[in-house]
Design a protein around this ligand. Structure first.
Ligand code: FE2
Ligand code: FE2
Length: 467
């Protein structure tokens, strides 16, 4: 067991002990006082250099600082029950939290309070170092070891390299050559390594949409979103690599579709649509020619246009069902296509795109896969433009690790709407004097209407004034 888990366990044991003592003795009784002293020590030890610790419930599992505590469920059962019954998603304990404040928390949890009541009582009792939070739904499994990846290779470099690999695959296929499988595998390997280390920087780059090179950017975006979703769903490294290979190459069969059909700024005729419908099977053939033997990669390429209920194309046999990993790529593919401008349609912003997809849960999409995807993106997916309580406008760069409504935001316009090279701010930042967050999101905005170059912001490029 690593030291963080041991300290987490120690903290929860102390919490349980303090809880029990409070039920038996008065708060001033020496036994209670000793229990709370221990709890304070355990808290300080767990906190270490951090600014806060978060404790919450995710899918019936207690999660501490983003790490699910699955080892000793009995030990944490009372706390899990209290959290569940009180609909308490999570609690953040900030640096500076006193013994007195911990005592208030334990007392209130012992009274089986509901979330609203707990929040109100903490405020009334002037507890300023404990507040309620919503946990992000992408806690990592504690046993997962990140795969080695060159530290110097940032997300931007990984994205560009993936784009280059895909461009080459398409170009060579068009010329009748067989693209190198090894090169694609190396790209996938790097992408998986980056995603296992922290998927958000790469995920943010999927908001870069290219009109001219749509198919290449789309392929890379679908690869990133599929592998990230696969990771959140608990796939191991080997499965992620197979899923990555299939999702990156899922549309390679489109190479056989004439450009005038792909770019047609109108509704397609039935004949034209029949040609489009061939690309999954054509793609499988190209993958096989490249030497791909992975059943998963071949299945997701063939089935990425098949709905959860079996509709879509190509037609499956009467007893066949799409592979669960194909459902991952189906969600990622639809989301990326919806949020991109094409010759025949406008782009839909992330939030409305998700709302539309949610209406199709159970039909087009596996509801669990879609729910997990939505949780992974957060309420404000990276690339969303938002207005802040300070009057400034920013672009979400990565989700908040502890609260889905509090991502990191890069400020791009000041209160007057003037373009600025602003800082990246963490909306989790707490202002102790105001006893509130330093800054919050008021509303999501349309980046196109606001003339914000999201791609430039996410790549850290210099911004041109919004004229
Ligand atoms: Fe496709
Ligand atoms: Fe696609």
């Amino acid at each position: 067991m690593n030291s963080q888990l041991r300290e987490a366990e120690q903290f929860l044991l102390s919490l349980n002990a303090a809880w029990k003592n409070l039920g038996l003795y008065s708060p001033t009784h020496p036994a209670s006082a000793a229990a709370f002293k221990n709890l304070t020590i355990a808290f300080e030890k767990l906190l270490g250099e951090r600014e806060r610790i978060t404790l919450g419930l995710m899918h019936e599992t207690l999660v501490l600082n983003g790490v699910p505590l699955t080892a000793k469920p009995d030990l944490f059962r009372t706390l899990v029950t209290r959290f569940r019954n009180g609909e308490i998603h999570g609690i953040a304990l900030l640096k500076g939290c006193t013994l007195e404040e911990l005592r208030h928390l334990v007392e209130l949890l012992g009274q089986n309070v509901k979330r609203g009541e707990l929040e109100e009582e903490l405020k009334k009792r002037q507890v300023s170092h404990i507040h309620l939070v919503q946990l992000a739904q992408d806690a990592r499994k504690p046993e997962r070891q990140p795969e080695p990846v060159d530290e110097r290779v940032g997300a931007g470099a990984i994205y560009s390299r993936a784009l280059q690999t895909i461009r080459k695959v398409f170009q060579e296929t068009r010329l009748g050559k067989v693209p190198s499988l090894g090169e694609v595998q190396r790209t996938v390997e790097d992408m998986v390594g980056t995603i296992l280390k922290g998927k958000h920087s790469l995920m943010a780059l999927t908001m870069i949409k290219s009109y001219d090179e749509y198919l290449f950017n789309h392929s890379v975006n679908v690869g990133i979103l599929s592998m990230s979703l696969g990771d959140v769903l608990g796939l191991d490294g080997a499965a992620l690599r197979e899923l990555g290979l299939g999702s990156l190459l899922h549309d390679v069969g489109k190479i056989n579709i004439p450009e005038e059909i792909i770019q047609a700024p109108r509704k397609l005729t039935d004949e034209e649509f029949e040609i489009i419908k061939r690309h999954p099977v054509d793609g499988v053939k190209i993958l096989e020619d490249m030497g791909v033997r992975s059943e998963i990669a071949l299945r997701v390429t063939k089935e990425h246009h098949i709905d959860f209920d079996g509709r879509g194309y190509p037609r499956l046999g009467p007893d066949e069902q799409p592979h669960p990993y194909s459902m991952i790529v189906h969600v990622a593919d639809t989301y990326d296509a919806m949020t991109t401008v094409r010759s025949y349609k406008e782009a839909v912003d992330p939030n409305p795109a998700i709302s539309r997809m949610k209406k199709l849960a159970g039909n087009a999409f596996n509801p669990l896969t879609l729910d997990t995807f939505v949780d992974m993106l957060g309420i404000y997916p990276p690339g969303s433009a938002v207005r802040l309580t300070t009057g400034e406008i920013g672009v979400v760069t990565r989700p908040g690790s502890e609260d889905v409504s509090r991502p990191w935001v890069r400020i791009v316009q000041d209160q007057e709407g003037k373009t600025v090279e602003g800082d990246e701010v963490n909306l989790m930042e707490w202002n102790p004097e105001a006893e509130d967050y330093a800054c919050s999101i008021v509303i999501a905005l349309d980046p196109v209407v606001r003339r914000i170059d999201v791609a430039a912001v996410l790549q850290g490029k210099k911004l041109t004034p919004a004229g």
